[in-house]
Design a protein around this ligand. Structure first.
Ligand code: HAX
Length: 434
């Protein structure tokens, strides 16, 4: 058994009694209450999910295993001469809560390499898909295609055991993660580079290899490492994480679950927002016909968008009430590597004008930028101008978080998810108006 799997086994076994005690001895203790607004309004903030992998504070932003983003990036081992850590070490950290040594990290790097080949049938299916399929459809389909190889599904068929079920979930999750960067790069080059594929370089780590297969030079390898880590996990309630968890709770395997989660990520209010930011900005630039927008012009575009009944992509959040630290991290990268970039300047201008306008409009509870406001700019700068690919890269990152979560879901034997619904009549009776 690998060091990571062995440590994970110890962690899961040590954690189980905590969950069992809470359930058996404190099962009736109230965690919170549900208001009418929450029942009708998308279950905002109802405390009904449990994860120890990350926690999202409305003001501070995300902590992975108790560490802020800067602390996480600082603590994890990095490839020599690089600014951002190995994604493989981050996977170890999310799963176990322990910062791996370089040796432990390199063991995961090797494990990923041994699992990273994409089956030929996946390529055949991708090539057979309609040419105008969205990259997220291709990505999600590629994952579904591989379900036939699920070790968890086989384990279930051959005699399921609740205590060891996490092991095959972990195996499926690792198989998937190891393959996702190559699948994503394949989709990109098939769809946008005339099918001119670049073979993986088995000497490189996950981030380095992704950059290599995309055909983009350094420091894009660091962009990939940063991007995958920043987009990985945002606790359990966001649509992609929640969907993955919900599907996994039916004892579906990691392939079905992740594919479903990615379909949720593909919505414009969620992961697709990063392509929408660039699309919106392109619209602004087209209207200006090459002219540099002033702040006054930008304000007008923002108001026009709001008055047209649309949201400003990249701003607002269901939980956060301050600027997203994932936005800040990417902004710092831009300041270092692309301070003079035209689109970065526009995005920065948006940062100056949008919050005040959203406050003046008085609807959005959080007027500040989220992760998606900044991420497209970096991709555009390094040559990925096909913005409908951006959510696929978000998806590779998000997979790290949701797969770690469903492995733990199995480890702690979380049950089938099944909230209760009411009718409008019943709500009216509860409100005392009927
Ligand atoms: N522009 C305009 N209006 C906005 C807004 C924005 N950026 N953000 C929120 N609002 C509006 C909402 O549409 C809502 O209006 P109605 O009352 O007319 O329905 C009102 O403000 C209250 O919304 P809220 O409670 O502040 O926000 P929600 O929890 O309902 O939604 C969203 C959170 C992220 C979906 C929302 O802020 C939004 O649509 N933002 C733009 C899209 C975006 O950037 N999505 C990516 C979010 C990060 C993420 O998940 N990435 O994957």
């Amino acid at each position: 058994m690998s060091t990571l799997k062995n440590l994970l086994k110890q962690k899961i076994e040590a954690h189980r009694p905590r969950t069992t005690k809470l359930l058996k001895e404190y099962g009736d203790v109230k965690v919170g209450e549900v208001t009418m607004t929450q029942a009708i309004g998308g279950m905002r903030s109802i405390k009904s999910l449990v994860t120890d992998i990350s926690y999202l504070d409305p003001n501070e932003g995300i902590r992975f295993r108790g560490k802020t983003i800067p602390e996480t990036l600082e603590a994890l081992p990095k490839p020599e001469g690089k600014d951002y850590p190995y994604v493989e070490g981050f996977w170890f950290f999310l799963l176990t809560g322990e910062v791996p040594t370089l040796k432990q990290t390199l063991e995961v790097v090797d494990d990923f390499k041994s699992r990273s080949d994409i089956p030929q049938y996946v390529i055949d299916v991708l090539k057979a898909m309609p040419k105008d399929s969205h990259p997220m459809v291709l990505f999600s389909t590629a994952i579904m295609t591989m379900q036939k190889d699920s070790k968890f599904a086989k384990f279930y068929e051959e005699g399921y055991n609740k205590m060891t079920a996490w092991e095959t979930m972990y195996e499926d999750s690792t198989d998937l993660l190891a393959k996702l960067p190559a699948i994503a790069a394949y989709i990109y080059r098939m769809k946008f580079k005339g099918g001119d594929q670049i073979a993986a370089d088995k000497d490189l780590d996950m981030g380095g290899n992704f950059a290599h297969m995309m055909g983009i030079d350094a420091p894009y390898d660091d962009v990939a490492r940063m991007y995958f880590i920043l987009h990985s996990d945002h606790e359990s309630g966001n649509a992609s994480a929640h969907t993955t968890h919900l599907v996994a709770s039916t004892l579906s395997d990691a392939y079905y679950s992740l594919s479903a989660g990615l379909n949720a990520l593909a919505g414009p209010l969620h992961g697709l927002a990063n392509q929408e930011v660039l699309r919106w900005l392109q619209g602004v630039m087209d209207k200006l016909d090459g002219q540099e927008p002033t702040e006054e012009m930008m304000k007008k575009f923002v108001w026009d968008t709001l008055n047209g009944g649309q949201v400003i992509p990249g701003f607002g959040h269901a939980v956060l009430r301050k600027t997203d630290p994932r936005y800040q991290q990417q902004r710092e990268f831009c300041e270092k590597h692309l301070p003079e970039d035209k689109i970065f300047k526009y995005v920065d201008m948006l940062y100056r004008v949008v919050p005040d306008i959203l406050v003046e409009q008085g609807k959005a509870k959080n007027p500040w930028p989220n992760v998606d406001a900044q991420s497209g700019v970096i991709q555009w700068f390094y040559g990925i101008k096909e913005y409908d690919f951006y959510t696929v890269m978000f998806g590779v990152g998000r997979a790290i978080g949701v797969l770690a979560n469903i492995t733990w879901d199995r480890g702690l034997a979380y049950p089938l998810e099944r909230p209760k619904s009411l009718t409008t009549d019943m709500l009216e009776k509860i409100a005392g108006i009927k």
